[in-house]
Design a protein around this ligand. Structure first.
Ligand SMILES: Nc1ncnc2c1ncn2[C@@H]1O[C@H](COP(=O)(O)OP(=O)(O)O)[C@@H](O)[C@H]1O
Ligand SMILES: [Mg+2]
Length: 159
């Protein structure tokens, strides 16, 4: 026989279990943009290269696998920019759209012929995006910098 007020007597902050709103807990919100901002800031300091992070749209909790795909794609993009680009500037944008999340990583470095990608990094990024119904677009040409765009649909996801 459960009193209607019983829930009020549980730990106010919750312990992360059994809550109906677990997907909206503050910790989940911090993962996306906060984690990306930290990655970009670390990259900026480590490589002494101008780097900015921006968010468009309203950040919201993403499914864990989407969060992880975005985080890893950012890691790989930053790693590539450091290893291959020789850029003077880098920009990362995370865009929350109604049924899509898009990560853009742009640099003004030396660029490359985007069709000739033998590396494992971009391939893995693409495979991960594909496995979530998304895609990776690479725009680059020698001398013209590089833009990598990772888009992952959120169709059918609650929130
Ligand atoms: N931001 C970038 N600027 C210039 N070249 C890049 C950039 N990102 C990727 N590339 C080119 O694409 C190739 C493939 O990248 P990737 O698949 O991540 O493999 P890896 O980094 O191990 O070489 C790189 O070797 C490099 O020639
Ligand atoms: Mg790489």
């Amino acid at each position: 026989m459960e009193s209607p007020n019983r829930r009020r007597h549980r730990h106010p902050a919750g312990d992360g279990r059994g809550g109906a709103h677990i997907g909206q807990s503050p910790a989940r919100h911090r993962q996306g943009p906060g984690a990306l901002a930290a990655q970009v800031e670390t990259w900026r300091l480590r490589h002494d290269t101008a780097a900015a992070f921006a968010v468009t749209g309203t950040p919201r909790a993403l499914p864990a696998d989407v969060d992880e795909a975005v985080l890893r794609a950012c890691q790989e993009g930053l790693s590539n920019a450091a290893r291959h680009a020789g850029a003077a500037q880098l920009g990362v944008t995370l865009s929350y759209m109604e049924d899509l999340v898009v990560l853009d990583i742009r640099d003004d470095g030396r660029g490359f012929t985007a069709t000739v990608t033998g590396g494992f990094g971009l391939k893995a990024m693409r495979q991960r995006a594909h496995s979530l119904g998304g895609d990776v677009r690479v725009e680059s040409s020698p001398g013209n910098g590089t833009a990598v765009s990772v888009s992952i649909p959120l169709t059918g996801v609650a929130l």
